[in-house]
Write a protein that binds this ligand. Structure first.
Ligand code: 5CA
Length: 155
């Protein structure tokens, strides 16, 4: 298993989560590709997105259902400052992972986190595990716990 995927597996273990990281033969780089490789609905894929506060420069982690688009203005109002999508460099700095494999756990820096309430429609979710070929399955409650996220409507 690639080093980044091993790091995610360790982070899950440290939290006492039984989730198993799996490397797939097919790409899991995007939500659509991941759903195809796994054989699940795109909405069950957890997109791990990083936003940045326009005032504070703070990073915010948002776990979003694969079919949802974040309404940045509305989420900014919930957070308390306007936000923008973080660039690839900032995202790598604060999470410790490259875009396409950002996991919802084991970040380099502790980020204030939010979880898309639409993910709670599903019993099983799939999230990236550090690389564009690694994923793990989880539940909405586990996801919320592992990233210490607040439930929000992101749309
Ligand atoms: N491995 C899959 C899910 S299992 C995955 O990581 N999907 S994702 O949607 O969470 O990651 C891709 C996301 O990264 C895109 O939705 C997009 O929001 C973001 N992204 C892609 N390219 C860039 C970029 N250049 N700068 C900032 N964000 C980007």
């Amino acid at each position: 298993m690639q080093a980044s995927a091993v790091k995610v597996q360790s982070a899950l273990q440290d939290l006492g989560m039984s989730c198993q990281v799996r490397e797939l033969p097919g790409s899991t780089r995007t939500a659509v590709e991941a759903a195809e490789s796994i054989g699940c609905e795109v909405a069950q894929i957890v997109k791990s997105l990083v936003f940045q506060g326009k005032q504070s420069g703070e990073g915010y982690f948002v776990a979003v259902s694969g079919t949802n688009r974040v309404h940045e203005k509305r989420l900014g109002r919930l957070i308390g400052e306007p936000i923008r999508k973080a660039d690839a460099e900032f995202t790598r700095q604060v999470t410790g992972y490259a875009i396409g494999g950002i996991p919802p756990v084991g970040h380099a820096r502790k980020l204030k986190a939010f979880v898309d309430e639409d993910l709670f429609q599903y019993e099983v979710l799939w999230a990236a595990a550090g690389t564009p070929f690694a994923v793990f399955s989880t539940t909405p409650d586990q996801l919320k716990t592992m990233c210490e996220g607040a439930l929000v409507c992101v749309t």
